[in-house]
Design a protein around this ligand. Structure first.
Ligand code: FAD
Length: 388
């Protein structure tokens, strides 16, 4: 496939730049980002400079026009080093997909140059993880403006993003949702609380509220009431696949740490290393096989989309449910295999373990995804009308 070859060629250049950003900034900063709950600004600057933040932007606006597959490989690699940086980047790519399809050209160009960080502001206190049913409102202001009011419960990169892809109830149309591009400096947009999380402590997922916030009417992306379709068909595939790549990176990093620990740790009184115990080898192999299974399913999900296979929608929904479980199980198993050393911070494994708890509760949550998959396989609609 010509497109795939082109993408692979371009990806090679980015790989080198990505590794440089990781080695020089992201890896050295990762411990401090976690310990202090600091937003990884230096890492993001390095990624911007390396062209990684503009990687998913179209070539027509100066971007690299990379595929979801390349973006997934970037997120996997980042998650192996710093979960917070990976999460900020993945939310940026998911929001970029919406802006690429429905946003203004100048913002698309700024993203392509790495000068504009964006994110999704979907989840609300009112409808919690059911982001498909926003309760925040959009009302006509005067002829040229719209008033937004909402209480968003979690927004990654809050206070650091340059714009927010924002969901609300429609202004007047039928439908569940309308999407807006809200610039960070809009009066009435407030970061409404801190973030002191178990894991991903630097991703800055803070609550935000809009109080009498005015945006120009043309900040609307797609039509009034068309937001849910855009969220499901444009934002969601990127979010679900990249979140799965994020889980894969965490799992790979935990398995590698377990492999290293079992291979080098010796019991002086017997001379045996930990891998000499068959039960330990079996437990390690289980983690390796789970991680390989996730990689294979992620690869198949990407292939299903690239080849426009009929089962692509199933794969895209399945993959994050599976990935969230694998990341949680594998990091837990690696903690057990690495013993007391893992309980202390010296191996870095406990950070990966804590970071891995997030994916299952990021919406659509694992529960919601299994429900969606069960519905589609049994001939039901994805959601009941009443639940929207
Ligand atoms: C690190 C992190 C970063 C985030 N970043 C963003 C972001 O950038 N933008 C954004 O919009 N959101 C973001 N979120 C929010 C996320 O997408 C979810 O909305 C949020 O985690 C849901 O938490 P909650 O307590 O509101 O869940 P609740 O909705 O209260 O759910 C609690 C539990 O109940 C389950 N549950 C809920 N309803 C049902 C049901 N009908 N059937 C069965 N089980 C059900 C859920 O699966 C979950 O396990 C982030 C979350 C985290 C943890």
């Amino acid at each position: 496939m010509a497109g795939a070859t082109h993408d692979t060629d371009l990806a090679a250049g980015y790989k080198e730049a990505l590794e440089k950003a990781i080695t020089e900034v992201i890896r050295p900063d990762a411990g401090q980002v976690d310990a202090r709950g600091e937003f990884p600004s230096r890492g993001l600057d390095a990624l911007a400079k390396a062209g990684i933040l503009g990687l998913a932007s179209a070539q027509e606006v100066g971007g690299a026009g990379h595929s979801l597959r390349t973006a997934a490989s970037v997120i996997e690699r980042l998650a192996m080093e710093c979960g917070s940086t990976a999460m900020v980047t993945l939310m940026h790519y998911a929001a970029t997909a919406v802006i690429e399809a429905h946003g203004p050209r100048e913002i698309r160009s700024a993203i392509s140059r790495g000068e504009h960080l964006t994110t999704l502001a979907f989840s609300e206190y009112g409808s919690r993880s059911h982001f498909w049913s926003p309760v925040g409102t959009a009302n006509r202001g005067d002829d040229t403006t719209v008033r937004l009011d909402a209480k968003k419960s979690w927004v990654t990169s809050a206070d650091h993003a340059d714009s927010y892809v924002w969901s609300s109830r429609p202004v007047s149309a039928e439908g569940a949702m309308t999407l807006w591009l809200v610039p960070a400096k809009t009066p009435g947009l407030v970061v409404a609380g801190p973030f002191d999380g178990l894991g991903l402590r630097g991703n800055g997922s803070r609550p935000m509220s809009a109080e009498n916030l005015r945006v120009p009417a043309d900040a609307q992306m797609a039509g009034d009431g068309a937001g849910l379709d855009v969220a499901l068909t444009t934002a969601l595939p990127w979010f679900l696949v990249l979140n799965s790549a994020f889980c894969l990176g965490l799992a790979e990093s935990a398995v590698e740490e377990a492999r290293r620990h079992l291979t080098v740790t010796r019991l002086r009184h017997t001379g045996a290393v930990l891998r000499d115990a068959p039960v330990t080898r079996r437990d390690f192999a289980r983690l390796r096989v789970r991680t390989d299974a996730l990689r294979a399913l992620l690869d198949d999900t990407l292939a299903a989309r690239e080849n426009e296979r009929e089962d692509a929608i199933f794969r895209v929904l399945e993959i994050k449910a599976f990935a969230g479980e694998v990341a949680a199980e594998v990091t837990d198993g690696a903690m057990q295999l690495c013993g007391g050393g893992a309980f202390r911070k010296e191996l870095g494994l406990e950070r990966t373990f804590r970071d891995s708890r997030a994916a299952r509760v990021m919406a659509p949550t694992t529960d919601a995804l299994y429900d969606f998959v069960g519905r589609l396989y049994t001939g039901m609609p994805l959601m009941d009308e009443g639940n929207r």
